[in-house]
Design a protein around this ligand. Structure first.
Ligand code: HSE
Length: 429
């Protein structure tokens, strides 16, 4: 597919799209394989909205599907976002015509990856999405290409910069979730509708994609267990800190003989752990291979420069003429996703209770834990002003999740327990 000039169509002119146009205008001959990029057309929701760059030199398309199908486009870049709607229609239109597609759309790949891979492979068109996960930090190529000589058994990390920024700021400044989120929105760091980020869905899309690449299975977003940071209480951040931990929104995918589990949870990491040391909007990822062992990468997961750089790297890959399977193996040979029941996972946990300050409460709690089969690792009772009771916080030894959940139910039913105990996992990374 080597060409002297590649006419690229860019749909979606937000932060990443304008960052990409700026880069391509400055460095049209950036690709190592040679050849030049020209902008064959652009499309966005609004043509007139103020932008950092002047888009008037580029052919305008109201409809991204028309742009994708235009005979003046050799390669389609989709930066619209969203799992369905115009993004999916435009990507399908380009692939159906055998045109290479580069996208940053994690929702699209996580939710429709297998069908799009089938279409792309049937048409011999590359479908690349490095920018969909960890922005400028190359996680996708690492798993799809560099790790194929190994058997990856687990990937885990911090895949949402907005959540990591919020958690870092809550801890550093002692501010509530709502306060930090409100400020991040005012400053334009967080989306106007932050649900995808703070609800854990964005991280779940990303870990779903990484699981498919790591394990050679079909992506299965519906199987992901998802909990966001919107329920993380400042009190837990403080108490976890007293015990030597930080709370991080941890996305993980694990492969065992029984199948695959994919989850996103707020979890505690010891303060010296690389995940706890990942602060602000940074992303981080551990990859565990049977032969290579552990790899750790950390870097920017969002922003115009880093994300546009990842899109540009995919454009450069297309320009080499190589066509690889979209995931680790051809779509028709991907292993089916066999979901493991998450309650079978075994790990340590943090439990925070709010109890009445009266004799016998601690005895009742520890008796309940003993009856359920949960062994206590550390225990802290810490009077906190205005907490509405006395917080008791404890960590457990490794315990099956089903047992921990049973213990939470039984403790919640004790008369001296004021509110439902808060359980957080201790990161199993
Ligand atoms: N909204 C994402 C984040 C960046 O906060 O990490 C784009 O995937």
């Amino acid at each position: 597919m080597a060409k002297d000039v590649w006419r690229v169509g860019v749909a979606g002119l937000g932060t990443v799209g304008t960052g990409l146009l700026k880069f391509l205008a400055e460095r049209p001959g950036f690709a190592p394989a040679g050849g030049k990029v020209e902008i064959g057309g652009v499309s966005a929701r609004s043509r007139s909205r103020p932008r950092e760059i002047d888009i008037s030199p580029y052919p305008w398309f109201d409809d991204p599907v028309a742009l994708a199908a235009s005979p003046d486009i050799d390669l389609f870049v989709e930066l619209i976002g969203g799992s369905d709607g115009p993004a999916k229609a435009a990507v399908e239109a380009a692939l159906a015509l055998g045109k290479p597609v580069v996208t940053a759309n994690k929702a699209l790949i996580a939710e429709h990856g297998t069908e799009l891979a089938r279409l792309a492979e049937a048409k011999g068109a590359p479908l690349l999405f490095e920018a969909a996960v960890m922005g400028g930090t190359p996680a996708v190529k690492m798993l799809r290409e560099a790790m194929v000589g190994d058997d990856v058994v687990g990937v885990a990390g911090i895949l949402n910069g907005t959540c990591n920024y919020i958690l870092t700021e809550m801890e550093a400044a002692g501010r509530t979730f709502a306060d930090v989120l409100g400020e991040a929105q005012r400053l334009g760091y967080a989306e106007a509708d932050p649900t995808m980020d703070v609800g854990g869905f964005d991280a779940a899309h990303k870990i779903t994609i990484l699981a498919a690449l790591a394990f050679g299975c079909a992506p299965n977003y519906a199987a992901a267990e998802i909990e966001g940071v919107d329920q993380v209480d400042l009190l837990d951040i403080k108490l976890a800190g007293d015990l030597g931990y930080r709370i991080r929104l941890t996305a993980s995918a694990v492969k065992t003989a029984d199948g695959v589990s994919v989850s996103v949870h707020p979890a505690l990491a010891p303060k010296s752990h690389p995940l706890a040391q990942t602060t602000g909007a940074l992303n981080a990822l551990f990859i565990e291979g049977r032969r290579i062992g552990r790899i750790f990468i950390q870097g920017p997961g969002a922003g115009a420069g880093p994300t546009a750089a990842a899109v540009a790297a995919d454009i450069a890959d297309v320009m080499t003429g190589a066509v690889r399977p979209v995931f680790q193996a051809p779509a028709g040979t991907l292993e089916p996703f066999v979901a493991v029941d998450p309650s079978r996972a075994v790990g340590k946990a943090y439990l925070r209770l709010l109890v009445k300050d009266q004799p016998g409460v601690i005895a009742a709690v520890s008796e309940t834990l003993a009856e359920t089969g949960v062994s206590i690792d550390s225990f802290l009772q810490k009077p906190v002003e205005d907490a509405g009771g006395v917080p008791i916080v404890l960590t457990t030894h490794a315990t099956p999740e089903s047992v921990l959940l049973d213990a939470v139910e039984r403790i919640a039913a004790l008369p001296a327990v004021i509110e439902r105990p808060r359980m957080l996992r201790i990161a199993r990374v």
